[in-house]
Ligand binder design. Structure first.
Ligand code: GLA
Length: 406
């Protein structure tokens, strides 16, 4: 938990006045349903007890001044020019400030009348680890704008605006999962989300189980280009199956159709006449297989979670990781090693990578009474096998973006 007193003291030190409003928005861990969001599929994330906080005071003009306690600026004695922007003269730049600027831009595009503010921003979601530190910044800033500008907080709408900011202003072609998780999650619950309709359900987390995040401490570059490549491979596979998105293909249809010809040829050309080159490429088939089976796993996960069948939930975690490793190919050695280390420990029901992949974090489902020992044992085993230091968090499901004081 953030120390609110320190936050207020920092605000007073930088801005020479009292904090009027405090907002926070959490990071998230995805329990299951990886890379399914941009295939119109299902996901099951939960907000974690690590977040981004803003302590702020409204301004009477259209200036936003943000001072980050976490990201160093060349001199910390005074506000840097790049942490200030004007709401009626937004221009693109680079760095973390693009997230707040993107939010301001998209809110105004959507017709919201915004007021400026002075704020201190800080957080404890590790950056680039697959725990959605950027969605947390986006939703915290959106929550701040709602508070100072006096508009009603509509969480799903804000999530969509934040996704648009990330897609169009920042230039990352992400799906909707992270923003929805940071905006609408409920304490003690996971969020079962249909990424096509945006219908969601809060699913109570089972008792006696801990959700443990295992940060491999590896971060991979080129995540954005590899992510976008996976996206287009999925789109190509969907076109081949003749559907809008891979969400529309069931496991049975996949099994039946995977060796056939493209949809438009299937009715009038025999497979032999069609020739090999018309079949779906081996790589696309693997990508499609992951998405289609992963969607089925999410639906089953929700079902077994409600029924309290933790053993099966763990098996689904394991199957998800294996599919991401072998078919979607987005794990790295560190993730595979840490997942193996986790699975060997007493009390572990299952473990898998979480988030976009290529580095970052895994998540394990562990018997509550074993969680502390589990954390130490995984760290030690991982250190021994990889030579790297993991960070391990036993985390709690927290509330989505909220106003703490104001
Ligand atoms: C990133 C993206 C999400 C989602 C995951 C993979 O976190 O921002 O939209 O696609 O990767 O499940």
């Amino acid at each position: 938990m953030m120390n609110i007193r320190n936050l207020k003291q920092s605000f007073a030190a930088y801005f020479n006045s009292e904090t009027e409003i405090i907002v926070r928005a959490p990071g998230r861990v995805n329990l299951i349903g990886e890379h399914t969001d941009y295939n119109d599929g299902f996901v099951l994330p939960m907000a974690i007890d690590r977040a981004v906080w803003l302590a702020l005071r409204p301004r009477a003009d259209k200036t936003v001044r943000l001072f980050s306690l976490d990201i160093p600026t060349p001199t910390n004695a005074s506000l840097q020019a790049d942490s200030v922007f004007e709401l009626n003269a937004l221009t693109k730049g680079s760095g973390w400030l693009e997230y707040p600027k993107g939010i301001a831009y998209q809110l105004q595009e959507a017709g919201y009348e915004l007021n400026g503010f002075d704020a201190i921003i800080t957080g404890n979601v590790p950056r680039g680890a697959g725990l959605s530190s950027s969605a947390a910044v986006e939703l915290a800033v959106a929550r701040a704008f709602a508070a100072v500008s006096g508009f009603t907080w509509d969480a799903p709408r804000m999530a969509k605006i934040a996704q648009k900011a990330e897609n169009e202003w920042v230039g990352v072609n992400c799906g909707i999962m992270d923003q929805m998780a940071s905006a609408v999650c409920k304490e003690g619950h996971a969020l079962f989300l249909d990424c096509r309709s945006l219908e969601f359900q809060h699913v109570l987390l089972p008792k006696g189980v801990s959700i443990v995040i295992l940060d491999t401490s590896t971060r991979r570059g080129l995540v954005v280009s590899t992510y976008n490549e996976r996206r287009s491979q999925c789109e190509e596979a969907a076109r081949w199956f003749g559907v809008k998105a891979l969400r529309d293909v069931s496991v049975e249809e996949f099994e039946r159709g995977k060796l056939a010809l493209p949809k438009e040829h299937r009715d009038n050309v025999s497979p032999v006449e069609g020739g090999k080159e018309e079949r779906l490429d081996e790589v696309m088939l693997k990508r499609a297989k992951h998405i289609i089976t992963e969607n089925a796993r999410v639906l089953e996960a929700v079902h077994v979670m409600k029924a309290g069948n933790i053993k099966r939930l763990g098996e689904l975690f394991d199957a998800s990781h294996d599919s991401l490793r072998d078919d979607f190919e987005v794990t790295n050695d560190a993730l595979n090693i840490i997942v193996d280390c986790a699975r060997e420990q007493e009390g572990c029901y299952g473990a898998r990578m979480t988030g976009a992949g290529f580095g970052g974090c895994a998540v394990a489902l562990v018997k509550e009474q074993n969680a502390k020992e589990f954390a130490n044992a995984v760290s030690a085993a991982y250190r021994q096998r990889s030579g790297l230091e993991a960070s391990v968090y036993i985390c709690k499901a927290s509330e989505g973006a909220s106003l703490i004081k104001g």
